[in-house]
Design a protein around this ligand. Structure first.
Ligand code: PLP
Length: 395
């Protein structure tokens, strides 16, 4: 059940910025799904794969070796060095492991650090929607104001530079970029990102770039925003192990930024978290150093499922843009005559298939649902059969 945060006491114990937060739209569905049998969930935003064996063993080995203590606040140096090498190798962007990288408890923490470090009360952060459900809430918790810039399927869900420019006010502090995108699966072209870079320079904005799905792209390049000329200086790059390496439960992510910014994030991390889980850092080290074949294998399987689900949904009469990154398809469901909330509720009740209503990801998601293909191929096949029955009744 979603807890009710309003209180019956005359004195409100909780802060208004907390009581004012809307509960996540995703959570409501998971609460219902948890009470049902035989549900095929396309709702989950995490890999169905278990963490690849060598990575798993590195974590176990670290524990057996007695690595059960705190690490340095920024994370073990070997991991920071490996992350720096990795970013250099993949994107030719160079970070000094000594003072430009902090290992965090997932990208969730890295994002919170970035926002808390840069925002004064009331400063605005532009987010392009549809976007990850936590962005708006994390900005509010950090004292800022989220400003939504809608993206549309006609532009392949890419941020339109002129719309971005129109959303900038004297209070704008940062742009939060998120490509490959959750929930649309969109990637941003180099041209679009260059235009964003131009605007960021013109208005002297910080760019927080959440690139957690960077290695899950299908036949297309991922452009690391910080690698664009002149952008490293104003960019906080967020990356993580959760999605690419199937390590959600290990809780490892990182932030990389020029020292003057990164040291601000580190100060907050130091006082709130101390250090990311130690054994997980050793597992992450092996993932970064030796995990590329495993990532390639999982990516190939996601790609097979991606083709299945996109073709399947389009065949059902649900127009689905071709996602080129992450592991989500984002079909438009207006043909059903239902809104996205009703569509998801009835699909779950009538055919036991769980999808997430698009409005959970911002107003621009209205009329769409998110279907994750981080689930077995055969289950996706079965889900499509169930959805076909549903669409025969409601199409
Ligand atoms: C775009 C995006 N950023 C960040 C996260 C959080 O990931 P982590 O497990 O690293 O905290 C998610 C998880 O769904 C995500 O989709």
């Amino acid at each position: 059940m979603t807890p009710n945060l309003s209180n019956s006491n005359s004195k409100p114990y909780l802060a208004q910025r907390v009581t004012g937060l809307k509960p996540s739209g995703i959570r409501k569905f998971f609460d219902i799904v948890a009470t049902m049998d035989d549900v095929i969930s396309l709702g989950i935003g995490e890999p169905d794969f278990v963490t690849p064996r060598p990575i798993l063993e590195a974590g176990i080995h670290a524990l057996q070796q007695g690595k059960t203590h705190y690490t340095s606040n920024a994370g073990i140096l070997e991991l920071r060095q490996a992350l720096a090498d990795h970013l250099q190798q993949l994107y030719e962007v160079s970070y000094n492991p000594a003072d430009e990288i902090v290992v965090t408890v997932g990208v969730s923490e890295a994002l919170y650090l970035a926002l808390t470090a840069i925002l004064n009360p009331g400063e605005e952060v532009i987010i392009h929607t549809p976007c990850f459900v936590s962005y708006g809430a994390e900005i509010i918790l950090a004292g800022g104001v989220p400003v939504e810039v809608p993206c549309h399927v006609e532009q392949r869900f890419q941020l339109q530079p002129e719309v971005l420019r129109a959303a900038i006010t004297p209070k704008t502090k940062a742009i939060l970029l998120s490509y490959p995108n959750n929930p649309t699966g969109a990637i941003a072209s180099r041209k679009v990102l260059q235009a964003v870079a131009q605007i960021a320079s013109e208005y002297d904005l910080v760019v927080i770039s959440d690139e957690i799905y960077d290695q899950l792209v299908y036949g297309i390049e991922h452009v690391c925003f910080a690698s664009l000329p002149g952008m490293k200086e104003r960019t906080i790059t967020l990356g993580g192990l959760s999605k690419d390496y199937a390590m959600t439960g290990w809780r490892i992510g990182y932030a990389a930024a020029p020292a003057a910014i990164l040291q601000g994030l580190l100060r907050i991390h130091q006082f709130t978290i101390m250090s990311a889980p130690t054994a997980a850092q050793y597992a992450a080290l092996v993932a970064i150093q030796q995990g590329s074949d495993h990532v390639a294998e999982m990516r190939a399987e996601y790609n097979r499922r991606r083709q299945l689900i996109v073709k399947g949904l389009n065949t059902l009469g649900l127009p689905t843009f071709e996602p080129r990154g992450a592991f989500y398809a984002f079909p438009q469901i207006t043909v059903s005559g239902m809104d996205d909330e009703a569509f998801a509720e009835r699909l779950l009740a009538e055919e036991k298939v769980a999808v997430v209503p698009g409005n959970a990801f911002g107003a621009a998601g209205v009329g769409f649902v998110r279907c994750s293909y981080a689930t077995a191929f055969e289950k996706i096949e079965e889900a499509l059969e169930r959805m076909a029955r549903f669409m025969q009744r409601h199409g």
